[in-house]
Design a protein around this ligand. Structure first.
Ligand code: NAD
Ligand code: UDP
Length: 342
């Protein structure tokens, strides 16, 4: 069986995907420019599943580098996760995001064109749906991204559809992730934000650890049972399993097939529910304060996860308790993230 080319493999989701693949004996070829990650993440994955990862420091916009890697390695498929992902930053620097995310993907496709790789799994995002008209969101819901980042994801989905329409040797799955949280149960790898976290779970973890004074809960007056926003949090290990299921689904897909699949649990959890669960399962306080709504937040967003079950035989198994426990195990063992000595 050929190797899996994993772009962005040193990142939060990529490191977990590689841990699962390598754990199953699949060889990974990781390409990352470490713009938002550290080689230490890959070293840690190797400690979990020795020997199965080739690591290349390269930018996906470097065509010559990609061609050289593909000429050397025997890759059968690609999981494309490399990209910039900060929504707010994408509003500030839309050109930078387009260049890295969209042009980067086009460059990757150009390099793949000269190889035999024709199976493509893409890290898309539920953010392509924008403000939901109704929940749960299934894959036929209208797409109305609200940021350049979301537009990048939708544009790339379009590029991939065009590619498969023009050359039916390609088989593509777009995975639209909901809210990935948690960490590998060993506490060895996890999410390591380089800045003040924007996302809820890393902020909760850093507050529990005393790195932040208190968590601000953005809005308690939403039309939900407890007044806080509802999201579909999915354990990163379930998400990683979803990539393995996607590769399997591509094996039995028709040539030229392009599938778009939500990866979520199908269950909505409020901010308060998540924070209270975190305190309960970990026996630690998370000082919090209610503050104003965060501009742009939608009150309720969760997936209809039926298609993933039907087409890939995958559904999320881990609970919100697992997510909170595993996130805290990673945080408490690695208070400075990958800068912490292992
Ligand atoms: P991450 O930043 O931890 O990982 C992305 C990785 O890509 C990093 O290691 C970074 O160094 C690398 N990278 C970025 N630009 C690159 C380039 N030009 N060349 C080579 N490497 C490059 O982010 P993540 O949370 O692991 O997300 C992975 C993918 O999933 C991204 O495409 C992201 O948009 C998507 N996604 C993430 C979430 C989420 O909440 N984390 C939700 C939906 C979709
Ligand atoms: N949130 C919060 N405080 C924080 C970070 C996030 O109350 O410090 C809320 C946010 O308003 C949203 C939910 O937590 O309702 C999830 O936010 P996140 O940024 O993690 O995901 P997204 O909003 O992109 O789905």
């Amino acid at each position: 069986m050929g190797s899996v080319l994993v772009t962005g493999g040193a990142g939060y989701i990529g490191s977990h995907v590689m841990a699962v693949l390598a754990g199953q004996g699949r060889r990974c070829v990781c390409v990352d420019n470490f713009s938002n990650s550290s080689p230490e993440a890959v070293a840690r994955v190797r400690s979990l599943a020795p020997g199965a990862i080739a690591l290349y420091e390269a930018d996906i916009r470097d065509l010559a580098a990609l061609r050289a890697i593909l000429a050397k390695e025997d890759c059968a498929s690609v999981i494309h996760m490399a990209g910039l992902k900060a929504v707010g930053e994408s509003v500030e620097f839309p050109e930078r995001y387009h260049d890295n995310n969209v042009r980067g993907t086009q460059c990757l496709l150009e390099a793949l064109h000269d190889s035999s790789v024709r199976r493509f799994v893409f890290s898309s995002s539920a953010t392509v749906y924008g403000i939901p008209e109704r929940v749960p969101l299934d894959e036929t819901a209208p797409t109305r991204p609200q940021s350049p980042y979301g537009e990048n994801k939708l544009e790339i989905e379009g590029v991939l559809a065009g590619l498969a329409a023009g050359d039916p040797a390609w088989r593509v799955i777009n995975l639209r992730y909901f809210n990935p949280v948690g960490a590998h149960p060993s506490g060895t790898i996890g999410e390591d934000p380089s800045d003040i976290p924007n996302n809820l779970m890393p902020f909760v973890c850093q507050t529990a650890a005393g790195r932040r004074e208190r968590l601000a809960i953005f809005g308690a007056d939403y039309p939900t049972a407890d007044g806080t926003c509802i999201r579909d949090y999915i354990h990163v290990m379930d998400l990683a399993d979803g990539h393995v299921a996607a590769l399997r689904a591509l094996d039995s897909a028709a040539d030229g097939e392009v599938m778009t699949v939500n990866l979520g649990t199908g269950r909505g959890v409020s901010v308060l529910e998540l924070v209270n669960t975190f305190e309960r399962v970990n026996g630690i306080r998370v000082p919090r304060v209610y503050s104003d709504r965060r501009p742009g937040d939608v009150p309720v967003c969760y997936a209809d996860a039926t298609r993933a079950r039907r087409t890939m035989g995958w559904s999320a198994r881990r609970t919100i308790e697992d997510m909170c426990r595993d996130a805290w195990r990673w945080q408490s063992r690695n208070p400075e993230g990958y800068a912490t000595a292992s």
